[in-house]
Design a protein around this ligand. Structure first.
Ligand code: AMP
Ligand code: MG
Length: 489
């Protein structure tokens, strides 16, 4: 059933990981399996049966050719450096080659106490596993680079968080699990050789075009390349109202994928200060801070590469600083590109930034749902649509803004039908709304997977109206909104 493993990471020197076999679970039962992704990864899905899938995706049976291991990494968590985190409950089985010839990591999350567990239980509750499954797959369909979910298996065991909960294991697929924190682990130990190996691995897997550069520019170019991907990634999040919630450096991937769906959530009413995570007491990872936290994380990444950037440390710092200082302009350009698309604009004009900002201001003034406000534009290309106005508590700012927007659209040289179709193709109707996600998880914990499966189905085609599923497009009814999320760690 499994494709052949490559074991690229496992062939790095011993200090990069600890060999660790998943700890078997009592009664594995397959909850979800991502068949299209499995096919993309070269699985023989015809040979697939639920029982054996439950065995391998729980870690009870290690697939042939895998050499399970826990990766070493460090990280800044909420600004505080921890020199040794590592996979405390995840094991990397190895890499497989997908249909496009790219290596992809297969990792079991919730696979038991590894040597990096630091006193925690090494397990994952069912809720967070299904949450990551739903949201990471939704993000993928929404066009955001992300780790993927291949399978979710119930363990038949209990895990204890605030209360006892059913346990589960998630099979996560990533372009790689290299993180800023992986580099920090070795930088903290002054291990320059390891940093070079990691940087070369990052280039090989994610930025092969840099391999041909001379060493004097290669590693600074790596910082630039990672920065470009992070700028684009966060701009994508901002365009969807996505709040990651735990943008620690160990959760910042070198590939530029969204990783770690702990306490993340989508905002409903537009509020730049929005925070969901119960542990983010200072609002460090609030919606509006995300671009600047990414920059902070990139600076931590650049620091680890200083010895490779230039033999003269002062010059290396100078050159790296110059790169990091270019981030705000890069991010702003990415954000503007996202906003132009969301407003149906293909051409570029001076005033576009102000136009986008004014729409967000109008949403804020009218306490409008971010997703539906943008989605509503597709109905308002020619005239004020009651459907859009209804979404604003007070439509004053919106009514002022709409004619400005239409005057701008008039210079697009496209007919209204084309613009409306463009808007519908960019602004989703369905996003994973907190209250829907929580309801689906609560039902799953009681043994009923139907709401989870229906929600996953709705989120699989987020840009098309699905008759009969209007409720999934609506914000939480008063009193049912969920403003607090938990890591589930
Ligand atoms: P996260 O909050 O998921 O980014 O995890 C931060 C660190 O805590 C990582 O080193 C994880 O491996 C570790 N960790 C999180 N949850 C658990 C758990 N239940 N058991 C062991 N380690 C964990
Ligand atoms: Mg993490």
């Amino acid at each position: 059933m499994f494709p052949e493993f490559t074991l690229r990471y496992a062939r790095l020197p011993d200090r990069f990981f600890l060999r660790f076999d998943p700890v078997p679970v009592k009664a594995p039962r397959l909850l979800a399996f991502n068949r299209p992704l499995a096919e993309e990864l070269g699985f023989d899905t015809a040979a697939f049966d639920e029982k054996s899938a439950a065995e391998v995706f729980s870690g009870n049976a290690v697939p042939t050719g895998a050499e399970p291991l826990a990766q070493a990494y460090a990280g800044h968590q909420f600004g505080h450096f921890n020199p040794r985190l590592g996979d405390g409950r995840a094991v990397l089985l190895g890499e497989v080659t997908d249909r496009e010839g790219r290596l992809r990591d297969l990792q079991l999350k919730g696979a038991g106490c590894t040597p990096f567990s630091r006193g925690a239980d090494g397990r994952a509750p069912l809720g967070p596993v299904l949450r990551e499954y739903l949201i990471s797959e939704a993000m993928h369909v929404l066009g955001i680079p992300t780790t993927r979910a291949l399978a979710a298996v119930a363990t038949g065991e209990r895990v204890f968080r605030r209360v006892p909960e059913p346990g589960a294991v998630l099979t996560r697929v990533a372009s790689s699990h290299l993180r800023v924190g992986t580099f920090q682990y070795f930088a903290a130990r002054g291990d320059e050789e390891a940093i070079r190996l990691l940087a070369d691995l990052a280039i090989e897997r994610h930025y092969p075009e840099l391999a041909a550069l001379p060493a004097q520019t290669r590693y600074l170019s790596l910082v630039e390349a990672v920065q470009a991907r992070q700028a684009r990634l966060v701009a994508g999040w901002m365009g969807l109202g996505f709040i990651h919630g735990v943008m620690n450096t160990d959760n910042t991937s070198i590939s530029g994928e969204t990783i770690d769906y702990g306490p993340c959530a989508f905002m409903e009413a537009f509020d730049p200060e929005q925070v969901f995570s119960s542990i983010d007491e200072g609002g460090r990872y609030a919606y509006r801070n995300q671009p600047w936290i990414a920059q902070w994380n990139l600076a931590r990444f650049a620091e680890t590469l200083i010895p490779l950037i230039d033999d003269d440390a002062d010059r290396a710092v100078e050159r790296a600083t110059e790169v990091i200082q270019a981030y705000p302009a890069q991010y702003e350009a990415e954000w503007l590109a996202v906003m132009r698309k969301k407003l149906g604009l293909v051409g570029e004009e001076e005033g576009d930034r102000e136009l986008a900002e004014a729409f967000l201001e109008a949403q804020k003034a009218g306490r409008a749902d971010f997703t539906l406000a943008f989605r509503g534009l597709s109905e308002a290309v020619e005239e004020d649509a009651p459907g859009l106005l209804e979404r604003f508590d007070s439509g004053e700012a919106l009514r002022e803004w709409l004619p400005r927007w239409r005057a701008r659209l008039a210079r697009e040289n496209a007919d209204p039908t084309t613009i409306a179709a463009r808007l519908r193709g960019t602004n989703p109707l369905y996003i994973p709304r907190n209250h829907q996600v929580e309801a689906a998880l609560a039902a799953a914990a009681e043994g009923d997977l139907t709401p989870f499966e229906t929600l996953a189905e709705v989120l699989a085609t987020p840009f098309e109206a699905q008759p009969g599923r209007e409720a999934y497009a609506r914000p939480a009814p008063a009193g049912e909104a969920v403003f607090r999320t938990f890591c589930g760690t």
